[in-house]
Design a protein around this ligand. Structure first.
Ligand SMILES: [Zn+2]
Ligand SMILES: [Zn+2]
Length: 362
């Protein structure tokens, strides 16, 4: 099978032919039809998560495809099922899953370093997030795939594997945005655009999209933002408060990450407001927050991983929202590319012109 492999942190991925290892009893083999390229793939490549890198790794963590083989003990999916891979497993039986927090599944980490294929020289490769979607085929534990029913193109379904679920879920499940409320979203890439859409589905009265790139602000307006701000024209929190006639917003989503972005979103929220940390900065970054203001104004600063979504419940829910036009995927898939163009597509993300590149030719 052809796969894009990360060999050294900081270097380009290499597209090569691998020999997949046979599936274990609980494993599923998926023919990947589409794989989104997410900013986290770039962060992984650039060495932001050294603890998750243990040697040659098939990249990618956002994909959709069809089940082509199953281990003897697999019960959740069958041959021919359409599935979306989830970058966080949802085993269904650990205390987190049983408590309705499958996005924090205790099995996360168990599959990260499992060998999945051999290189031509016999060297083993693992798969990013236990799935490795930059590949013609992927082998993963059944905890990492969700069977879905849809006629949507795989290039759109793939987005649910990470970016879209993270963003929509951040609004609907992490923050639980209320109808009629006010929202600001800092950073309008694939995830930020999805936060905007989640807030729109929730019925937010005002959704302010903040991004320095004009094309992203235009997309934001198409997918549900009511106002846009160019943060190169002044401090974002001041521009938000100007729009809000001096008040802050009730929910501010930091989809950029890092202490500066958190400080900026914190300065945007009203009394009783909430900052949601969707983006992430360097893993050793620490935050400084005004403790008395946080306490006395009843503000909340909340982490968010995978949009707090329960993938076995929510993937199909999101598909229904896409199929009925209330979540929009057209503007999110900027271009379809071939696996061979992986490194070019990853660089295109930095230029800011691309919301999402999706690999559809392997
Ligand atoms: Zn991602
Ligand atoms: Zn679990």
């Amino acid at each position: 099978m052809r796969s894009a492999v990360l060999h050294t942190l900081g270097s380009d991925l290499s597209v090569e032919s691998l020999e997949p290892l046979p599936p274990a009893p609980r494993d599923v083999v998926v023919q990947v039809q589409a794989s989104g390229i997410c900013h986290t793939d770039l962060s992984m490549r650039n060495g932001l998560f050294p603890m998750m890198f243990s040697g040659p790794m098939i990249g990618g963590h956002e994909g959709a495809g069809v089940v082509v083989d199953v281990g003897a003990q697999v019960s959740r999916v069958a041959l021919g099922d359409r599935v979306i891979a989830s970058f966080r497993p949802a085993c269904g039986t650990c205390p987190s899953c049983v408590a309705g927090r499958s996005h924090l599944c205790d099995a996360h980490g168990t599959f990260l370093h499992r060998p999945r294929a051999l290189r031509h020289n016999g060297e083993q490769t693992v798969a990013m997030s236990g799935i490795g979607t930059f590949s013609e085929f992927l082998t993963c534990d059944e905890a990492s795939v969700v069977r879905i029913e849809s006629d949507l193109p795989a290039s759109h379904l793939a987005l649910l594997g990470c970016g879209m679920t993270t963003g929509v879920g951040a609004a609907l499940f992490t923050a639980r945005v209320q109808a009629g409320s006010t929202v600001a979203v800092l950073g309008c890439g694939g995830v930020g655009q999805s936060v905007i859409q989640g807030a729109a589905v929730a019925g937010a009265a005002r959704i302010i999209a903040i991004d320095p790139i004009e094309s992203k602000r235009e997309i934001a307006l198409r997918v549900g933002a009511t106002d846009v701000i160019d943060p190169t024209t002044g401090p974002a929190h001041e521009l938000v408060r100007e729009l809000m006639r001096g008040r802050g917003v009730q929910y501010a989503f930091d989809v950029v990450g890092g202490p500066e972005a958190v400080a900026s979103t914190y300065a945007m929220i009203d009394k009783g407001g909430m900052v949601v940390l969707v983006g992430y900065g360097p893993i050793d970054a620490e935050l400084r927050l005004p403790a008395f203001d946080l306490q006395s104004q009843e503000k909340t600063v909340k982490g968010c991983v995978a949009g707090s979504a329960q993938v076995r419940r929510d993937f199909q829910k999101f598909i229904d929202l896409i199929e009925t036009g209330r979540l929009k995927t057209d503007d999110l898939v900027s271009q379809e590319v071939a696996l061979d163009d992986i490194n070019i597509a990853m660089k295109a993300m930095l230029s800011g012109d691309v919301v999402r590149s999706v690999i559809t030719a392997f």
